[in-house]
Design a protein around this ligand. Structure first.
Ligand code: ADP
Ligand code: 5GP
Length: 184
């Protein structure tokens, strides 16, 4: 099974994905996307993302290397490489995708019954702001852009197979574990 995780930025999607990777290191692996944004904090090329230039990104579009790609924020491109599913499945693991909401809906449409799409929902927009500010790695300007996008993304929750409300963290982990139990 392939798991597609989507959420407005700051909702706790990375926290959920990391929970699964830590709990089941031999079962899951995260697909590494390409992005044209610069690395943040301790991010490493090839681990969190393949950090590439806009020219290389366009070249990869021409080469038809992506299953899907999006201009997630103005001027910033993110794309899922076709090779990632094959690479991870060849290692005997199940693929986790961490993509934006539009990308997740597209991936689910392409992958069909091979995938389950999971929307991580924040308890409120105010709490989302607090979490983004608390994370301390995103500029105030980017926080505003991400919050503006969040309201529209919440409207697309209905297209997902499962929704996890990330209010109390422990409870959210339990909801996620129950989903994995059913699908894996
Ligand atoms: P995303 O990957 O969706 O952008 P993160 O997983 O980075 O979000 O979470 C954003 C911030 O909120 C992080 O600092 C994280 O530690 C914190 N966080 C995540 N889940 C919760 C929760 N249930 N309660 C409080 N803080 C949380
Ligand atoms: P961040 O810059 O915070 O790492 O990611 C911003 C957004 O881009 C997140 O919602 C993340 O899930 C999304 N994203 C990361 N990789 C991809 C991808 O390959 N395709 C799409 N559509 N979105 C992605």
């Amino acid at each position: 099974m392939i798991y597609i995780f989507c959420a407005p930025s700051g909702s706790g999607k990375s926290t959920m994905v990391n929970h699964l990777l830590t709990k089941h290191p031999n079962l899951f692996e995260l697909s590494v996307s390409c992005t044209t944004r610069p690395p943040r904090g301790k991010e490493v090329h090839g681990r969190e993302y393949y950090f590439i230039s806009i020219d290389e990104f366009q070249q990869r579009i021409q080469n038809d290397d992506f299953i899907e790609y999006e201009q997630v924020y103005e001027g910033l491109y993110y794309g899922t490489l076709k090779d990632e599913i094959a690479r991870i499945e060849a290692a005997g693991k199940q693929v986790l995708f961490d993509v934006d909401v539009k990308g997740g809906i597209n991936l689910k449409r392409i992958l069909g019954d091979r995938a389950v799409s999971i929307f991580i929902c924040p308890p409120s927009i105010d709490e989302l702001r607090r979490r983004l500010e608390g994370r301390g790695d995103t500029s105030p300007e980017m926080i505003e852009k991400r919050l503006a996008k969040a309201s529209t993304e919440m409207e697309d929750m209905k297209y997902f197979d499962r929704v996890v409300v990330n209010d109390d963290l422990h409870h959210a982990f339990e909801q996620l574990d129950a989903i994995i139990e059913v699908y894996s």
